[in-house]
Design a protein around this ligand. Structure first.
Ligand code: GLP
Length: 250
């Protein structure tokens, strides 16, 4: 586990984008595991700029996204398919056919999950999986639960997550109650994990995820078992780790 500190959101975004850019430079046909939410927006802006400057090339890259809301079509402006098109795919030279997101409209969520995991396996897994972290400790949409769920599956969203994500919707009632998400097994299958976090509201959950017990009540804690995890976070998000486990940040 590596912790890379950044002074603020902008610097966190540049450093995390640097890891993804290096991945593409070293292996142009990389499989990038991508994430949504507010946190990765700055990362994607850096990648777009570097792609325009000719620094990085997405023409042979492939991508797998973590999750999608159930019931939202890819045209819905709050779907993660729409988010990815708007914030990255339409602005870099990636082939849309090489980008993959779970289908939130699938009738049979179990079959969709199995097909998505088969796709990830057929691509050889993500070379690097970008993650944010939710206030509940969720990764993708793996919410606190009684057990870790390995495969891609349909999940009922936690009330805290619905509240946090309601800022993107007209009202709380418009936030979908279910999502389809890579399971912790699908995420752990990635060769490398890159978790990005920003802001004081993530400081406590970041500490509990990496220095607390490994428990499905804190889904991100499973990452303690992955052999190649890099956490890039700004000082505000690292504040509890800096206070309680400063040696990790040396
Ligand atoms: C969302 C996504 C997660 C994301 C998290 C945090 O609901 N499903 O993949 O990491 O919540 O989002 P943010 O970066 O906006 O805090």
């Amino acid at each position: 586990m590596r912790f890379v500190s950044a002074s603020d959101y902008e610097q966190m975004s540049r450093k995390a984008a640097g890891v993804l850019a290096a991945q593409l430079l070293l292996k142009p046909d990389s499989v990038l595991g991508l994430a949504t939410g507010s946190t990765p927006l700055g990362i994607y802006q850096n990648l777009i700029a570097w792609n325009r400057e000719g620094m990085i090339d997405f023409s042979r890259a492939k991508s797998v996204n973590l999750d999608e809301y159930c019931g939202l079509s890819p045209e819905h402006d709050q779907s993660y398919a729409y988010y990815m098109r708007e914030n990255l795919f339409s602005r870099v030279n990636i082939d849309p056919a090489n980008t993959h997101i779970p289908n939130g409209l699938a009738e049979d969520a179990q079959a969709e999950g199995a097909a998505y995991d088969a796709l990830i396996r057929s691509l050889g897994g993500a070379d690097v999986q970008l993650l944010g972290i939710g206030h509940t400790g969720h990764i993708g949409f793996n919410e606190p639960a009684g057990e870790f769920i390995g495969p891609t599956h349909r999940v009922e969203l936690n009330p805290k997550t619905i509240e946090a994500n309601s800022r993107f919707f007209a009202s709380m009632d418009d936030v979908p109650r279910y999502a389809v998400t890579m399971g912790v097994g699908s995420i752990m299958y990635a060769k490398k994990i890159l978790l990005a976090a920003s802001g004081a509201d993530k400081a406590d959950i970041l500490y509990r995820s990496f220095f607390g017990p490994i428990t499905p009540q804190v889904p991100a804690s499973v990452l303690q078992l992955h052999r190649d995890v890099t956490v890039i976070a700004d000082e505000a998000a690292l504040s509890v780790i800096r206070e309680k486990a400063p040696e990790a940040l040396a």
